[in-house]
Design a protein around this ligand. Structure first.
Ligand code: KE4
Length: 430
């Protein structure tokens, strides 16, 4: 397999960009493969600079649920582009986007656009603290809410992949109000709330954890968080940067029927362009400046170009019908992957929901960070590289999700399953 152009570009990139990448998880360090440099994408496929084509299960880490170069999204962006990209002055499309989000997400009555999931989570935490006048926040081990200082505690995603417990540069004073508890451990939450509940501004949770690989909420976990927040006057924040518009038009809160006080959004809401958002009940959101005095701002927030991509995508997703298809496709894929693992005699635990999934190289079950961490990352690395050789691009890290999209057809899933049969044999032989 010729990867010479990617290698050449990587050498150049490393001279100019830390680690040669603009986000750590892309580095491929965790899977023993230098990063590919991608030239283009179409549907469920991407092509690298050496002309190699891959069935893509990263989809820009979630945004591209409709696949690359969706015609309606491209047309919407092109139309707006011709008139201008950004003004820093309100535009009509920002109202259309806000109306669409309010229409689709059950708990959101008012929403503010930002430029990333990190900004969304950071702002939601600040708002919760400003609204309640309290300092403490509770998060869960292995969940990742972007790289804002107060949330980089026992986080997932790249921190888990590279074994970074916290991170230099975040003073202890910043994180002393952050309490990290095991995901799915409702008893630990209840004990903590008994002790300090009156000081807790918010509990922030990924309603489906997708940054330690994919870990589903245990029966009653989300409802228990909802109840304890209500009892203690704390806000429940759903970080739906991944699950938003992915599990259902209204995200995990629609899928599970639990109503958070604030919701963080990202990825799909931008249709592939940089957009995040946070929203919730009006009486909370009205504390955000300039209406209220909780300050948050952004030069490019709500810019019409990014809005056009996200709004086009939400208009398609809001029509419904796609989610049943995605559930079926992911079920078919995971059944095939399970057969491939059994045939190779390799222990793989497949966690999946909707169009999200993860194959942990461990007998399992995987229900939290501790059980996820038992996965054999080296074996995953072999699997990843063998799949790349066979034209399938998965997340370049064991503790990430794979994303099935509308552009994946049965033939793509069959090619993926066939590649997995061969790749898992190679894992067994290592
Ligand atoms: P961004 O700031 O990267 O747009 O969003 C941060 C974020 C917040 N909340 C959740 C639940 C997230 O999954 C993320 C970002 N996800 C990672 C993938 N696990 C982004 C990929 C990367 O860091 O390059």
């Amino acid at each position: 397999m010729n990867l010479s152009e990617s290698k050449r570009l990587y050498e150049q990139a490393r001279q100019l960009i830390p680690g040669g990448v603009n986000s750590p998880v892309r580095s491929g360090k965790a899977v023993g493969l230098e990063p590919l440099f991608i030239k283009k994408g179409k549907g469920c496929r991407i092509t690298d600079e050496d002309g190699n084509v891959y069935i893509d299960y990263v989809g820009s880490w979630g945004p591209l649920i409709l696949g690359h170069c969706n015609p309606e999204v491209i047309a919407a962006v092109t139309e707006v582009l011709a008139r201008g990209t950004s003004y820093g002055i309100p535009t009509r499309i920002e109202i259309e986007m806000a109306r669409k989000v309010v229409e689709m997400v059950p708990s959101i009555e008012m929403v503010r656009m930002v430029n990333s999931g990190t900004e969304a989570a950071m702002s939601a935490i600040r708002l919760a603290r400003g609204y309640t006048g309290r300092k403490k926040i509770i998060k869960f081990n292995g969940c990742y809410h972007g790289h804002a200082d107060s949330l980089l505690v026992k986080s997932g995603s790249g921190l888990m992949t590279f074994g970074i417990p916290g991170t230099p540069g975040v003073p202890e004073e910043i994180v002393k109000h952050t309490i990290a508890l095991p995901y799915n451990d409702l008893e630990a939450v209840r004990r903590t709330m008994e002790e300090v509940g009156s000081e807790v501004a918010a509990i922030i949770v990924e309603p489906v954890a997708a940054n330690m690989g994919v870990v589903l909420p245990a029966e009653g976990f989300l409802a228990g968080l909802r109840q304890t927040c209500t009892e203690n006057g704390a806000l429940l924040i759903f970080d739906e940067v991944i699950t938003g518009f992915r599990l259902a038009p209204g995200g995990a809160q629609e899928y599970f029927g639990i109503t958070p006080d604030l919701t963080c959004l990202g990825k799909i809401i931008g249709g592939g362009l940089p957009v995040g958002a946070y929203g919730g009940k009006k009486d909370i959101m009205e504390h955000v400046a300039p209406e209220g005095n909780v300050y948050q701002a952004g030069t490019l927030s709500g810019n019409p170009l990014a809005m056009s991509a996200g709004l086009a995508m939400l208009n398609i997703l809001g029509r419904g019908g796609i989610y049943e298809e995605l559930e079926k496709k992911n079920g078919y894929l995971c059944a095939g992957l399970a057969q491939a693992a059994a045939a190779a005699g390799v222990a793989v635990t497949l966690n999946r929901i909707g169009s999200l999934g993860c194959g942990f190289f461990t007998p399992g079950p995987v229900t939290d960070l501790e059980s996820a961490a038992k996965a054999d990352s080296a074996a995953y690395g072999v699997f990843f590289r063998e799949m790349v050789k066979r034209g399938v691009y998965l997340a370049p890290a064991q503790f990430e999700a794979f994303f099935v999209g509308a552009a994946h057809e049965k033939e793509d899933l069959d090619l993926t399953i066939q590649a997995a049969f061969e790749a898992l044999k190679a894992v067994k032989e290592k």
